[in-house]
Design a protein around this ligand. Structure first.
Ligand SMILES: Cc1cc2nc3c(=O)[nH]c(=O)nc-3n(C[C@H](O)[C@H](O)[C@H](O)COP(=O)(O)O)c2cc1C
Length: 338
């Protein structure tokens, strides 16, 4: 797309909440933890950040690692907690717990395509059982004074099951859901093929409540294109932020009609340094090793000679070795990091 950015895309309103800019960090299990949400917040440009999903069954049983996942700090706001489960009553109880924790939004996951979750009739499997989905939404709505959203896909994609996102969208609207988010693929597609944005336009035309579009937004230009082609009220970005955590800052500038420079290597290093110090401070060694490896593998995409860095870290066995490895990669002679 050219520099001819058309400003004038208004903030997203989810119930009484104003999300400005109307850009949303997608919920991503194993990624959008407390540290990562703070990193994305500090970089700026994101309107609403989402947590990793919280399994209702574990939440209501008070399972400690899940309660820990539900933790957030004021600086992350506005923030959405996402719950998933198969049993409407269990979901109602977990919505009541979320209400007590008081994030800005409670989101119900009806889009997760992972087999483990589908077999459990949760996530996107609910699109194959709209009666159960409706019951769940109705019960959760009653427990929540904070805004409620539902995130879903085009449909299950199972043979013989039609795309039923319009039906689910209308159910959400009728039951008092404040906004919906749709990943424009079927569950069966997982992440294959291209997201079909024409369905986002159709959903937007069919509903009065706000629609957040999701799927394959990789750059600020993609975000603008999604707004313009589909008319959605908000754009949700997932995987792109893994390799380019600065994408929201640039997308927000583009929405305001400005172009900004990509981050310098120095800025990228500072981000990695901050993130990794938090991981080393807060996680046990095993989790730290896992997180450092997976985050650095992604961050390396934005760094010079990223492939060499990824090779280098694959052999590291101690959490303390990661930061020095990045630093010496970026400053082999001990000179400036640029
Ligand atoms: C690693 C990973 C974890 C995800 N975890 C969740 C999740 O917990 N809840 C959810 O609703 N979607 C989850 N998703 C789906 C994303 O929220 C998003 O819908 C999807 O990645 C499409 O958006 P994108 O093309 O911008 O990545 C996950 C995706 C990825 C890649």
């Amino acid at each position: 797309m050219s520099d001819a950015v058309r400003p004038g895309i208004p903030p997203l309103r989810i119930g009484a909440l104003t999300v400005d800019p109307p850009l949303v960090l997608a919920p991503m299990a194993g990624v959008t933890d407390h540290h990562f949400r703070l990193i994305v917040r500090r970089i700026g440009g994101v309107g609403l950040v989402s947590m990793e999903f919280l399994p209702a069954a574990a939440l209501v049983r008070g399972i400690r690692p899940v309660l820990r996942k539900a933790h957030f700090v004021e600086e992350e706001r506005p923030l959405a907690s996402q719950i998933y489960g198969r049993d409407p009553e269990e979901m109602r109880r977990s919505a009541a717990l979320v209400e007590q924790l008081r994030p800005d939004v409670c989101d119900i996951n009806m889009g997760c395509p992972a087999n483990k979750i589908l077999r459990n009739c949760a996530g996107a499997a609910l699109m194959g059982d709209l009666r159960r989905a409706a019951r769940m939404i109705e019960l959760c709505r009653r427990e929540l004074s904070i805004p409620l959203t539902v995130k879903f896909r085009l449909g299950t994609g199972r043979p013989g099951e039609p795309l039923n996102y319009l039906e689910l969208g209308r159910i959400c609207e009728d039951l008092g859901v404040d906004a919906v988010a749709m990943h424009a693929r079927t569950a069966r597609q997982m992440y294959r093929g291209r997201a079909d944005w024409s369905h986002l336009a159709r959903l937007k035309r069919a509903l009065r409540i706000p629609v957040i579009g999701n799927g394959d937004v990789r750059t600020p230009d993609d975000a603008i294109e999604m707004f313009e082609r589909t008319g959605v009220d908000g754009v949700m970005i997932g995987r792109a932020v893994l390799t380019d955590p600065f994408v929201f800052r640039r997308a927000a500038a583009a929405l305001a009609g400005r172009r900004i420079e990509p981050p310098t290597v120095e800025e990228r290093f500072e981000l990695i340094e901050t993130h990794f110090r938090w991981i080393l401070r807060d996680e046990d060694r095993r989790t730290a090793l896992h997180k450092l490896r997976s985050f650095l593998g992604r961050y390396a995409h934005g760094l010079p000679e990223g492939r060499a860095l990824r090779r280098r870290i694959s052999g590291l066995e101690h959490p303390e070795e990661f930061l020095p490895a990045v630093e010496s990669h970026l400053r082999p002679t001990g000179a400036g990091r640029r």
